[in-house]
Each structure stands twice: as structure tokens, then as C-alpha cells.
Write a protein that binds this ligand. Structure first.
Ligand code: ZN
Ligand code: MN
Length: 261
């Protein structure tokens, strides 16, 4: 039986051995609990970041850490807003602290190659800060060989794929919340969690190029989705997953100097 890439499936002794291997990359999925329209559950960002990390871990023979389930506050211009029902978020200081703590924890276990696989737009800069603080602390402690990569998986979908999958024009990743990307991936990976009959087929949201606090709820479409998922298909999900998996694996192989995979 092939050993699982998911750390929480392993016994402690197999985990200890796997994490301390010099070539092992620990991939940490980071999601959110956030509304994704009437057609998908609240944990889309958790499911997709974890699945993406699992795919890459298979290629790199790495380990997927238990996911960070909650994320930073949903923003109106990229996730519909934190005021919407179900969306349950952490303060920035908490996300920074989680990213720092996990980096230090996996360092303590012996890992020296870590990749945060982000699945929620708003998390990114706070993860960056947490990693930076952890590296500063590790360097002061004399640990100089830790390397961390931070990425959001949709940034590995290239322009050719975008042109192929969005023939009627692409609105940008910020407005893709609950749209074709996430819904297609979910249709491929977790079809039982998607109800296409509930998709609201409306034109993309029109957002100002600035933020307002407190939010003006009327700016977010009733559905909570910022673009329509009507064109989503499982086949598009297969293509998206394949391209992202391969591009992420190439980047991490090169950054971490992994050999012969
Ligand atoms: Zn999402
Ligand atoms: Mn999100």
C-alpha cells in the first residue's frame, strides 16, 4: 500500500520519518469558511486548497499538512464581503500568528522546505507576514536552511488556458468568487457537493475600484457570487487541475532544487 500524502492519515512514527527527510516538501493548505453562492458549501476554499496540495504532493512525494480551515475576512471586491451569512473569518493578527506558528512547528519537526498552498484570495499578505516573522526567528536561532514558498493556486492557470476556458472574456481572479474556476474544480473533485440547478446566472458584479467600510451590502449580488458559474463543467475542472498541478510542481521542484521526479 502506498503511504498517504496527508499527514493526518499517518501514524506518528511514519510521519516523523517522512517530515525529516531532506527532500520532503510540507505543503500547508489554507482555506476559509466563506459563502460560495447557493450552489456550493462554505468550505470550498478548504477543499480546493487541500486537493491542490494533495495533487502536488503526489508529484513531489511531499506531505500535506492538516489544513488551515478559517481564513481572513472576506472582502466585498473579491469574496462578496464578510457580512454575508455563513462567512466566518479570523482577524489578520490571528492569520499571521497561525502562519508563523505552523512554520516554526514544521521546522521543529525537521522540515526545511515548506509551501503554503493558498485557496482564499484575502489570506495572502497575512500568510506572507507570518512566514517572514518565522524566518526571522529561525535565523536568529541559527537555522539558515529553511525555505518557504507561498502561492495561490489560481496564479498557475496560464493565459492560454484562460483563453480556452473563458471564450467570452475573463473577469479576473478577484471576481471569480463562486464562478467558473471554483465551480468547475468542485464539479470534477467533489461533484456531490455542487448543485448546478441553484446557480444564479447573472452578469459579473460591477465593483468600485476602492473599498468602503462599513460595506454597502447592495454592491454584492444577491447570490453572493461575483461572476456566473453557469458555464462551469467537470471537464473544465479536469483541465484546470491538470494545468495547475503541473505548473505548481514545476515551480516547487525548481525552487526547492528537487531532483529526478
Ligand atoms: Zn473561494
Ligand atoms: Mn475565498
Amino acid at each position: 500500500m502506498r503511504q498517504s500524502v496527508y499527514m493526518e492519515d499517518l501514524d506518528a512514527f511514519s510521519y516523523r520519518e517522512a517530515v525529516a527527510r531532506k527532500e520532503t516538501v510540507v505543503l500547508i493548505p489554507v482555506g476559509s469558511i466563506e459563502q460560495h453562492g447557493p450552489h456550493m458549501p462554505l468550505n470550498v476554499d478548504v477543499l480546493l486548497s487541500r486537493a491542490m496540495a494533495g495533487q502536488v504532493a503526489e508529484e513531489l512525494r511531499g506531505l500535506v499538512a492538516a489544513p488551515v480551515v478559517y481564513g481572513y475576512k472576506s472582502q466585498q471586491r473579491s469574496g462578496g464581503g464578510n457580512h454575508l451569512p455563513g462567512t466566518t473569518s479570523l482577524d489578520a493578527a490571528t492569520i499571521i500568528s497561525i502562519a508563523k506558528t505552523l512554520t516554526l512547528e514544521f521546522a521543529r519537526h525537521g522540515a526545511r522546505k515548506i509551501a503554503f498552498i493558498n485557496g482564499h484570495f484575502e489570506n495572502y499578505q497575512f500568510l506572507y507576514e507570518g512566514v517572514d516573522l518565522a524566518l526571522r526567528e529561525l535565523q536568529l536561532a541559527g537555522i539558515e536552511d529553511m525555505k518557504v514558498v507561498l502561492l495561490s493556486y489560481w496564479d498557475f492557470i496560464d493565459d492560454a488556458t484562460i483563453a480556452e476556458l473563458y471564450p467570452d472574456g475573463f473577469t479576473g481572479w478577484d471576481l471569480e468568487h463562486g464562478g467558473v474556476l471554483e465551480t468547475s474544480l468542485m464539479l470534477h473533485l467533489f461533484p456531490e457537493k455542487v448543485d448546478m440547478a441553484k446557480v444564479v446566472d447573472a452578469p459579473p458584479a460591477v465593483m468600485p475600484n476602492y473599498d468602503v467600510l462599513p460595506v454597502r451590502p447592495e454592491l454584492t449580488p444577491e447570490s453572493g457570487c461575483l461572476s456566473s458559474a453557469a458555464a462551469a463543467t467537470a471537464d473544465k475542472g479536469i483541465t484546470l487541475l491538470k494545468r495547475a498541478r503541473s505548473a505548481m510542481s514545476t515551480a516547487l521542484t525548481s525552487e526547492f532544487g528537487l531532483s529526478g521526479r
